[in-house]
Design a protein around this ligand. Structure first.
Ligand SMILES: Cc1cc2nc3c(=O)[nH]c(=O)nc-3n(C[C@H](O)[C@H](O)[C@H](O)COP(=O)(O)OP(=O)(O)OC[C@H]3O[C@@H](n4cnc5c(N)ncnc54)[C@H](O)[C@@H]3O)c2cc1C
Length: 584
């Protein structure tokens, strides 16, 4: 709900004047002058440029203190309107009329860009400011005009060609990678692609046979729930003829192609077993198991891109062990072919629960969903209209991404709450139909809906792709978990004495937390040191994601495609900066 008004061009002079006043105040280290260019309510989110991490500042005093603290070492300067980007526009963001403009700047070591939202009625004051590090000087990506000549392998008669060199490089024989990434899903691949272009030697390990298998193995009918334009990978966007809602096998094939095209070094069929941090040597001892035997690898950086959701979580439901039919977790569910005419219970009413129930129903099974707690439901249309709406503004992707990262937690809360009001109105028939069936709905603790649920819990919602209508019509049944006495050999015994017969019980009960994975793989000491992973941390950011963690050399990434694309830049640049000794 960032831009419901139609943006209008704005006079760039306001912005240039503000940038110049801001730079003067910053360089002078003058509190009063900084106060004069920042609005009473001010939000500054820095992405590496000033703080070498992702740092929100959600008051004017915090912003001034942060700028004053960073500037002596960072030496930010030459703030200019970014000429190659979307020109300044009048636009409403989070309900406030602003002049929004993209700018560029330099620091001692890098080049950056940013966005400023000046108050439309006080254009000498910034309400929202974001600053992003885009590249390090002397380490620019060799792309486009800097495309490499390829002389190491072109017309190298009698010597190695590109394929030979790639094969050698992938082996890591007698060589240790600087970075190891666990997981060759979209998050791991996006960072690997970026690190390669920055010249940082990187190895991805993945336990699966082929890149893309994580998607191929998911259930037959899976297609993304938000649109392709939000979900591009860095450097290689989806082909322009691909559908808006991408089916899983197209994603799988593209990720495999991506890994090849971006020359990512990957060991498939390789399981990450665990690691210890060797303080003295400043590197990890990583144990991996491969078909040809185990190996200990010694990267300086270890990135978990193994999926924010850890291993499938199957709660101990009373009596479930006595059930004589088939029980499986959605993680292992493929399709409903063999369940035609059979009775199925799907325990859990999040995205996977709905999708699996709908798939079983589509294959002719009699399905009931067992709802364990309230769920946020929105139609794909309502969700698409109110969130990430700036991706509909016909701007270049990098501008949409910058708009997306500019807003810190309090602003997100505000706009998600406004979005929920609108979504409820748009979906009122659907929602009242669900309520009439006894489906429990909620909008999160503070009415921020599915978007904040994703950030806080990585689940608890469903963007309706047709299953809700099936519940409303009664084609898919609904049972509340508290109405079940226990599971029994033939299904579920209800508290009123009825037996709900089942041949199949699917547990759509989610996944272990990443914290649990870290405890198992890296041990208690590191798990305690790192603490919360995902969910909202003390500063309003998603805890320990995409930033240096309390454990040196340990990083976490994940989430949706947009997060993989956007935040891979900051992990990759941050690692390069640490490799170069620019940041600690
Ligand atoms: C039904 C459904 C709909 C979704 N819809 C959308 C959508 O519309 N838009 C969107 O952006 N996202 C969507 N997502 C969410 C998200 O994009 C996916 O969950 C995505 O797979 C996360 O990518 P990732 O790279 O972080 O992790 P994953 O894709 O889970 O990849 C992790 C990789 O790590 C490997 N791995 C894990 N542990 C180990 C180990 N110990 N050793 C070696 N390898 C290991 C795995 O084999 C896997 O290949 C959806 C997900 C689902 C299930």
């Amino acid at each position: 709900m960032h831009g419901l008004s139609v943006p209008k061009p704005s006079d760039p002079a306001h912005v240039s004047a503000w940038l110049s006043a801001f730079e003067q105040a910053l360089t002078a280290g003058d509190d009063a002058a900084l106060r004069a260019v920042l609005a009473d309510e001010c939000h500054w989110r820095d992405l590496l440029a000033f703080t070498w991490t992702i740092t929100p500042h959600d008051s004017r005093d915090l912003a001034i203190a942060g700028l004053r603290k960073a500037q002596p070492s960072i030496q930010a300067q030459t703030f200019r309107l970014a000429e190659t980007r979307t020109p300044p526009r009048r636009v409403k963001r989070h309900g406030v009329d602003t002049i929004e403009a993209f700018f560029s700047f330099e620091t001692k070591t890098g080049r950056g860009s940013g966005i400023v939202r000046l108050l439309a009625d006080k254009p000498d004051r910034a309400w929202v400011l974001a600053t992003s590090l885009d590249e390090l000087k002397g380490h620019e990506e060799p792309i486009d005009m800097r495309r490499p000549a390829g002389s190491a392998f072109s017309r190298n008669f009698g010597g190695d060609n590109w394929s030979d060199l790639r094969a050698k490089e992938q082996r890591f024989a007698g060589r240790e990678p600087a970075v190891m990434i666990v997981g060759a899903g979209q998050a791991g691949l996006a960072i690997a692609a970026r690190l390669r272009l920055l010249g940082v030697d990187t190895l991805i390990v993945d336990q699966r046979n082929r890149v893309g298998d994580v998607w191929r193995e998911r259930y037959h009918s899976l297609a993304l729930h938000n649109q392709a334009k939000l979900n591009h990978m860095p450097y290689l966007p989806w082909p322009p003829n691909w559908p808006k809602y991408l089916p899983k096998d197209m994603i799988a094939g593209w990720l495999e192609t991506y890994a090849w095209a971006m020359e990512c070094n990957i060991w498939n069929n390789t399981e990450f077993l665990g690691a210890d941090y060797d303080q003295a040597a400043d590197r990890w001892d990583v144990r991996v198991s491969r078909a040809e035997g185990s190996r200990v690898v010694h990267p300086r950086h270890l990135i978990f891109a193994s999926g924010v959701a850890g291993k499938p979580w199957s709660p101990k439901l009373p009596g479930l062990d006595t059930f004589k039919g088939e029980t499986l977790h959605t993680h292992s569910y493929k399709d409903g072919t063999k369940w035609k005419g059979k009775n199925a219970l799907v325990v859990g009413a999040g995205t996977s629960g709905h999708d699996v129930a709908q798939d079983l129903h589509g294959h002719g099974a009699n399905v009931k969903i067992v709802q364990r707690g309230p769920t946020t439901v929105a139609s794909v249309k309502a969700a698409g209209l109110v969130h990430s709406v700036y991706y509909e503004e016909d701007l270049p992707l990098e501008d949409c991404d910058m708009i997306a990262v500019a807003s810190s937690y309090p602003l997100l809360v505000r706009s998600y709450q406004a979005a929920v009001v609108k979504m409820k109105e748009m979906d009122k028939d659907l929602l009242s139909g669900l309520a009439a069936r006894g489906f429990k709905l909620d909008w999160g603790d503070d009415n921020t809906g599915h978007q904040m649920k994703f950030r806080r819990r990585h689940g608890g919602y469903y963007l309706n792709c047709g299953c809700s209508e099936l519940i409303v019509s009664g084609d898919i049944g609904l049972i509340q978990s508290e109405d079940i006495e226990s599971y029994v050999k033939d299904g579920a015994l209800l508290k009123d004495g009825r037996l709900e017969k089942a041949d199949l019980i699917v547990l759509a009960t989610g996944y272990q937390s990443q914290e649990q994975v870290v405890r198992e793989m890296l041990g208690d000491t590191i798990a305690r040191k790192v603490g919360q992973i995902w969910g909202i941390g003390a500063n309003g950011e998603i805890a320990n994601m995409f930033v240096p963690t309390p454990q040196k050399g340990l990083w976490f990434t994940g989430g949706g495609f947009a997060q993989a694309r956007i935040y891979s830049q900051y992990i990759a640049l941050n690692i390069l900066a640490r490799e170069l000794g620019l940041a600690r």
